[in-house]
Design a protein around this ligand. Structure first.
Ligand code: G3P
Ligand code: CA
Length: 346
């Protein structure tokens, strides 16, 4: 396995050359090779990541939401991956089904509801993806989990497999006619190992390989909150891996692992990057010093980082910090803000 630490720039540059494609420039010099006005790694413009698709507009993690994200200017689409009883990788944010599907309205599954065996959801009574076969998951339809977001699409869209997301990514291009970047997250791999699926990493990489998206130059980032998983898959692939951290404790725990940092990208909670004094906490700078990209989450038009402040204002502040990309439920806003900066207009 090549040393990705040394080759980070070489590896990420071709990936971003494909993925860093939301610009409206047509052949100008401000592409992936640099020219961005803020201190991103390599001075590449930040990528816009459609978080769970355009999840602010349509039920999350559906092919329709991913299509919408790409129509709205996303460079990347983000599938969160979980496993069915029969080992299929399907796309859901949660290991349970009640929030994002119509499972509760299906009488045939009424007796499937049970108490969690996942320590993360101790005490929760729900329907669990790992109890359902892929064929059963196929009978469900997605619903909008966020209060205040449109529910008129509830019950219309299927739960996709990872395979189908990759088919979609390959079937079209971004608004800038670039290859679509895919940013899969392995959700709760330790939990899935405990219920009979120890091979999440192998399955993710095999699916990417099937689609010809497993090479060093493929527009793919693999992410997880679990350091053990990130370290494992980092050793199995030439693709860049991203360490997700929800808070300082999570960051410190990952950094304390022998061999850390064993990731080429860091995915921190937005609130870790700027302190109460309005200044950088140093996380972006420290990552860049090691050749690591920073892709924080999650910008939401309807829940901005600072209550009462337009999300666009906050987004500009974070972009000025030099973040290399950002997750947003509203990629249309993320795309607009980046391009306003790029072209100096409103
Ligand atoms: O993967 C980045 C971000 O999505 C992490 O949070 O809970 O929305 O998956 P979550
Ligand atoms: Ca995610």
């Amino acid at each position: 396995m090549m040393n990705k630490r040394i080759l980070t720039t070489l590896i990420l540059a071709p990936a971003l050359a494909l993925a860093n494609c939301g610009s409206l420039d047509s052949g100008s010099s401000s592409g992936a090779t640099g020219g961005w006005m803020y201190p991103t790694l390599g001075r590449e413009k930040p990528i816009v990541i459609g978080h769970r698709g355009a999840s602010g507009a349509l039920p999350e993690h559906t092919l329709e939401a991913y299509q919408r994200a790409l129509n709205d200017g996303a460079d990347c689409i983000e599938p969160d991956l979980v496993l069915t009883k029969d080992g299929a990788l399907v796309v859901r944010h949660d290991t349970y089904l009640s929030s994002t599907t119509n499972v509760a309205s299906k009488p045939e599954f009424a007796k499937r509801k049970r108490r969690s065996t996942d320590p993360e959801y101790e005490g929760r009574d729900d329907w669990w993806v790992s109890d359902f076969t892929l064929a059963e998951i196929r009978t469900l339809r997605a619903v909008q989990p966020f209060p205040g977001r449109p529910k008129v699409f509830d019950g219309l869209y299927k739960i996709p497999t990872f395979d189908e997301v990759l088919d979609l990514a390959k079937s079209r291009v971004t608004v800038a006619s670039k290859q679509v970047c895919v940013y899969p997250e392995a959700k709760s791999p330790a939990y899935f190992a405990s219920v009979g699926h120890p091979d999440v990493a192998e399955k993710i990489l095999a699916t990417l390989k099937k689609h010809g998206m497993d090479g060093a130059g493929s527009p793919v980032f693999i992410q997880s909150f679990e350091p053990d998983f990130v370290q494992k898959i980092d050793g199995m692939t030439e693709l860049p891996v991203v360490m997700l951290v929800a808070d300082k404790a999570g960051y410190d725990a990952a950094m304390a692992k022998p061999g850390a940092p064993f990731w080429q990208g860091l995915g921190p909670n937005l609130n870790m990057l700027i302190g109460a004094d309005g200044k950088s906490t140093g996380i972006v700078e420290a990552a860049h010093a090691k050749g690591i990209k920073v892709h924080p989450w999650t910008f939401r038009d309807d829940a901005p980082p600072v209550k009462g402040e337009a999300v666009e204002v906050a987004m500009r502040r974070f972009i000025a910090l030099g973040i290399d990309g950002y997750f947003t439920d509203f990629p249309i806003t993320g795309y607009k803000v980046r391009n306003e900066i790029q072209y100096g207009g409103e």
